[in-house]
Design a protein around this ligand. Structure first.
Ligand SMILES: *[C@@H]1O[C@H](CO)[C@@H](O)[C@H](O)[C@H]1NC(C)=O
Ligand SMILES: *[C@@H]1O[C@H](CO)[C@@H](O)[C@H](O)[C@H]1NC(C)=O
Ligand SMILES: *[C@@H]1O[C@H](CO)[C@@H](O)[C@H](O)[C@H]1NC(C)=O
Ligand SMILES: *[C@@H]1O[C@H](CO)[C@@H](O)[C@H](O)[C@H]1NC(C)=O
Ligand SMILES: *[C@@H]1O[C@H](CO)[C@@H](O)[C@H](O)[C@H]1NC(C)=O
Ligand SMILES: *[C@@H]1O[C@H](CO)[C@@H](O)[C@H](O)[C@H]1NC(C)=O
Ligand SMILES: *[C@@H]1O[C@H](CO)[C@@H](O)[C@H](O)[C@H]1NC(C)=O
Length: 353
């Protein structure tokens, strides 16, 4: 006696009839109940996994979403549904260029600020560097030679994380956290697989810093790239300024935005950021948004906590360049306003930051 159960799709279930007996009927009822159970379960699971996608946007410290079924062993459960990665291993670097002297028994955290140009990372980095124990060495991969291939990237990383990369930011012997700023388009996306492996192996923490308002970011990118040639400040090009007078001079240039490609350009940036978060989702990381840090300066405390650094007041002398309404800063404002009106990016037009 052979019975066949066919799954055609989620809704259809065909059972070939055979000789009927009370036992057979009971068996069929049982089978039917089991199949229904499995179906209901799989539908629920599907809902749950789309649910976690949504949570991603606003979670600050993320190991991974907790319904993920390939959670790494090193993860420990948080109190509130998110899984956080264990504190990365401790490092006691022995630099070749100097002695860590009285601080050689203090552990050093390794980090990388992962960002995109004109997203507030310059300001954020000066803020971090105002901490007596933080050495963040700037955009070291802006030099092509250091990122030409994965071996030159790894050599550079090794040097930085061994405290042998000396810049004006280096705190030398008493650094308790060392890192640098890494832009997505500086080899990070291209070599993501090897870099994630390196981060996880070495215990490097990633600090993602993105900007929510991609239209403001675009204005800043265009203005900065114009100033590269125009050199508005007495013939020198500046990407960051320390006085409101300088900010005013730089923001006097109003870029024209290509409204034909605007939607696609914004989308592209958004997709790239999402992609980066996906690539690095197995690392110990935190996701920050520039706007949140500006509005709520206590958020910086989360970063110090994330890096297990002693809390202290952080300051930056940098002044924001494009202040006030965006309509003041875009040449073809009406066109841009029309293009984004009624789209998912409409809120970029009015947001303060
Ligand atoms: C989740 O837990 C972390 C650490 O335990 C805490 O910092 C964070 O505020 C909590 N989030 C919520 C939404 O309760
Ligand atoms: C990687 O690039 C460096 C220069 O940046 C070069 O000296 C080296 O030969 C390259 N290595 C490989 C494996 O291509
Ligand atoms: C931070 O730096 C100060 C001064 O250099 C030093 O005394 C202190 O031990 C350092 N703290 C840590 C956690 O390394
Ligand atoms: C340009 O230089 C002059 C004299 O050195 C100074 O007074 C002025 O403030 C500078 N302007 C800007 C925009 O930096
Ligand atoms: C604006 O973008 C469109 C589409 O990408 C392109 O064809 C056009 O040349 C661009 N216009 C300017 C002025 O760059
Ligand atoms: C992590 O990224 C990988 C692809 O790199 C993806 O398959 C996986 O679903 C991501 N996990 C989460 C929780 O986003
Ligand atoms: C943008 O366009 C909308 C609709 O056309 C208009 O109501 C609004 O006043 C415009 N905003 C600005 C700041 O010009």
């Amino acid at each position: 006696m052979a019975e066949y159960v066919y799954f055609l799709n989620k809704d259809a279930l065909i059972i070939k009839p055979a000789k009927k007996s009370p036992l057979f009927l009971r068996m069929m009822a049982l089978l039917f109940a089991m199949v229904c159970g499995v179906l209901i379960c799989s539908i629920r699971l599907k809902h749950m996994s789309t649910g976690t996608k949504f949570k991603y946007q606003n979670i600050l410290v993320i190991g991974r979403a907790y319904t993920d079924n390939d959670i790494k062993q090193s993860e420990i459960p948080g109190d509130n549904g998110t899984k956080q990665l264990e504190v990365p291993q401790l490092h006691y670097p022995q630099p070749q260029t100097f002695s860590r002297a009285e601080c050689k028994h203090n552990p050093v955290r390794l980090f990388s600020i992962i960002s995109m140009q004109r997203s507030g990372s310059g300001w954020f980095e000066t803020l971090l560097n105002s901490h007596i124990n933080v050495s963040s060495n700037g955009e070291i991969f802006s030099k092509l030679d250091r990122r030409r291939n994965i071996s030159s990237i790894i050599n550079t990383l090794d040097k930085v994380y061994n405290l042998d990369w000396l810049t004006s930011a280096s705190k030398n012997e008493c650094s308790a956290a060392v890192g640098f700023k890494w832009m997505l388009n500086q080899g990070l996306m291209e070599h993501h697989r090897e870099i994630v492996e390196y981060f996880n192996h070495k215990g490097v923490s990633a600090i993602f810093l993105f900007r929510r308002n991609l239209l403001r970011r675009m204005v800043s990118v265009l203005a900065n790239s114009y100033d590269r040639y125009a050199k508005l400040l007495n013939g020198t090009h500046k990407s960051h300024v320390h006085s409101s007078q300088e900010a005013e001079t730089l923001s006097s240039y109003k870029p024209t935005i290509n409204s034909t490609s605007l939607m696609i350009d914004l989308k592209e940036v958004e997709v790239t950021a999402t992609q980066a978060l996906e690539y690095f989702n197995s690392t110990h990381h935190i996701v920050l948004y520039y706007e949140d840090l500006i509005k709520n300066p206590t958020k910086v405390k989360d970063v110090l906590e994330f890096l297990r650094l002693p809390q202290m007041e952080l300051t930056s002398r940098q002044v924001k360049i494009h202040k006030g309404s965006l309509s003041e800063h875009i040449q073809n404002w009406d066109e841009v306003n029309r293009t984004l009106h009624g789209t998912v990016y409409e809120n970029f037009l009015n947001a303060d930051y």
